[in-house]
Design a protein around this ligand. Structure first.
Ligand SMILES: [Fe+2]
Length: 340
């Protein structure tokens, strides 16, 4: 299989204890704690690793402040790993580690990435059915009582960058990512060929939204449904964590429910649920950035004081050049451009 989901993220943080307390409250399960690192493992087998910002194992900083310093995507065979190593290493430095099961390199835009041999574990979710008048899915059955959130998946990582097109082009041309939607002059959504979630990466033009700096923006984790998001928000707020958007909302692009928190380990951490899932029949759309960004929120956001006009298009000529995905040479086919 080509590249799948996110296997792990490695943070560089200023305060390991404070950062670990945040992710403990957030609902991640720690499997290792030492003075040097804290490792969380999610049910799908992915991991979040916290290390000191100056830990020599981390790649050099490529932005100011704390946050994710290296992101690893999973591939499920050594043959695939070797294939990508050859493609990526053709014109840039590439380092192997572990038992030959990991490669490290810099993507365009200077973003440190890795690929690692990894098989994602399927996660068993069973959200409560939703009732509506004359469409009863739960009879004599209440919804589960949530207490707090316990994320089971890593959904996506977001970077604020100067050139969203160059950054995405590397993922498309070297890692076989698909562009799934495009926010005009603001951002590009992408997913790997072997992952069906609407996006696992998003490149946001750094000056489109505060804080108007380049670097790590946020990481999103998957929870089961809207109740788990709200229960998680209440729990986090009681523990003193700040929700910068003042509540929960639903993105129009990807349909995903969201709830963000400022994270002391850098950037934000997001609970997400009910996102769209796609295959290669999906046609990327072109969105006015703010209209695509939000369908509703707990309170009216300061930068969305009025209802926006509906601006979305399937006009493929409005996509950035080269946005149409190149078919992967998979399995063992020569690379073929999708235009023939
Ligand atoms: Fe997000």
């Amino acid at each position: 299989m080509p590249i799948g989901g996110i296997e792990s993220v490695v943070y560089g943080v200023d305060d390991l204890d404070v950062s670990a307390r945040f992710y403990d409250d957030f609902g991640l399960k720690a499997v290792r704690r030492s003075d040097a690192e804290v490792v969380y493992r999610l049910d799908e087998g992915s991991r979040v690793v916290l290390r000191h910002a100056e830990d020599p194992s981390l790649p050099p900083r490529h932005y100011d402040g704390c946050g994710v310093r290296e992101t690893f995507y999973g591939v499920d065979s050594r043959e695939e790993l070797a294939h990508y190593a050859e493609r990526i290493g053709a014109d840039r430095e590439l380092r192997w580690s572990g038992d030959g099961d990991t490669i490290h390199f810099l993507a365009d835009g200077g973003i440190p990435l890795g690929l690692r041999l990894w098989r994602r574990q399927p996660v068993v979710y069973a959200p409560d059915p939703v009732n509506a008048p004359d469409n009863v899915k739960r009879l004599n059955q209440h919804r589960r009582w949530r207490v707090r959130a316990v994320p089971k998946t890593i959904n996506h990582v977001v970077w604020r960058v100067a050139d969203i097109h160059a950054c995405f082009a590397f993922f498309r041309d070297r890692l076989d990512f698909r562009m799934t939607d495009y926010q005009k002059d603001a951002g590009v959504f992408g997913r790997p060929a072997a992952a069906a979630q609407h996006h696992t990466v998003y490149f946001q033009k750094f000056d489109a939204l505060p804080p108007f700096t380049q670097g790590f923006d946020h990481i999103a984790f998957g929870v089961e449904d809207i109740d788990e998001i709200y229960a998680g928000w209440n729990y986090m707020e009681r523990r003193g964590h700040r929700n910068p958007l003042g509540g929960v909302g639903r993105h129009r692009i990807a349909s995903a429910l969201f709830c963000y928190f400022d994270a002391p380990c850098g950037g934000m951490a997001e609970y997400g649920a009910d996102t769209d899932y796609l295959d290669d029949n999906w046609v990327p759309r072109v969105w006015e950035a703010r209209f695509g960004g939000f369908m509703w929120t707990s309170r009216v956001l300061p930068f969305l004081p009025e209802e926006l006009s509906w601006e979305v298009s399937l006009d493929q000529s409005a996509l950035p050049q080269g946005a149409i995905p190149v078919k992967v040479r998979y399995p063992a086919e020569p690379a073929v451009d999708s235009h023939g």
